[in-house]
Design a protein around this ligand. Structure first.
Ligand SMILES: NC(=O)c1ccc[n+]([C@@H]2O[C@H](COP(=O)([O-])OP(=O)(O)OC[C@H]3O[C@@H](n4cnc5c(N)ncnc54)[C@H](OP(=O)(O)O)[C@@H]3O)[C@@H](O)[C@H]2O)c1
Length: 247
């Protein structure tokens, strides 16, 4: 009988690190693999194994192979995979969400698409080697409601919105492809709501206190989504309240 693991990509982020705490409380999970560009200096639970990556394509491949080896050696199967990377603003690199099309810049837009869409998809491409035909894996990728095309009433945030819509489309392709080989793999495209992290800091002023969630609250909600199955489809775009979002 295999033990169970959880893998968190982007484990240094506000939501990623809250997922580590959430999985640490789950007695069914034996080992948590935390993947980040850096690792926190302070201790943490014995269940957590940190692996560093610079998130280049080569590093994603190496880390995924290393994870596959560790799962074999330790006789583990990944119960949960969470990809919690993302960028909305980065002042040091001149990235801020565009108010109008005139603000769009090729270089920064490409970077936002790379972090929000391409990097999660390259991780999924490589982590597929951990899937099993007989055991369940629930994959959650942090997206955002603003990536919904039908929900877009306000406009703006061209690169962020566009990168999340592109992510959602690629995840839909992935879900269709993966179903052919792995019936027990499900994909949750998750909107956490406005969460009190680095990413939302400059945009919290007009958010009512009751609508600004703590990362630990969001981690609990995402854990609920991960535990649910839907016989009708292996992919769901949903929010922290498990309410479906139109694509
Ligand atoms: N917070 C919200 O209100 C909110 C709302 C809707 C959706 N989301 C989504 O939730 C996800 C998690 O965001 P968060 O709120 O936890 O933000 P956060 O605290 O800023 O965490 C962002 C994570 O992404 C990583 N990251 C950023 N740029 C990267 C790059 N170039 N290469 C590799 N990793 C990179 C960060 O790594 P480092 O620590 O190394 O920088 C960190 O792990 C994102 O996809 C975001 O779009 C958040």
């Amino acid at each position: 009988m295999k033990g169970l693991s959880a893998i968190v990509i982007g484990a240094t982020g506000g939501i990623g690190s809250a997922m580590l705490r959430q999985f640490d409380k789950d007695s069914t999970i034996n080992t948590i693999f935390a993947i980040g560009r850096s690792r926190p200096g302070h201790g943490g639970s014995d269940k957590i194994q940190w692996i560093s990556s610079d998130f280049s394509e080569a590093s994603v491949k190496d880390v995924s192979k290393h994870l596959a080896r560790l799962h074999k050696e330790l006789n583990l199967h990944p119960k949960f995979i969470v990809i919690a990377t993302g960028v909305l603003h980065d002042e040091t690199n001149g990235i801020f969400p565009e108010k109008r099309l005139a603000d769009l810049k090729l270089e920064t837009s490409e970077y936002v698409f790379q972090v929000n869409c391409h990097i999660p998809m390259i991780w999924l491409q490589q982590l597929t080697q951990l899937f099993s035909r007989t055991e369940r894996t629930a994959v959650a990728v942090l997206s955002a409601r603003v990536g919904s095309i039908s929900d877009n009433e306000l406009g703006g945030w061209y690169a962020y919105r566009g990168s999340k819509s592109a992510l959602n489309m690629m995840l839909k392709c992935f879900a269709i492809e993966v179903k052919r080989r792995f019936r027990d793999v499900s994909v949750i495209v998750f909107h956490p709501g406005t969460t009190d992290t680095r990413l939302s800091k400059p945009f919290q002023a007009n958010v009512p206190e009751s609508k600004l969630f703590s990362p630990d609250f969001v981690a609990e909600r995402l854990d609920i989504s991960l535990g649910q199955t839907n016989p009708e489809s292996n992919i769901r775009f949903e929010d922290y309240a498990q309410a479906r979002i139109d694509w």
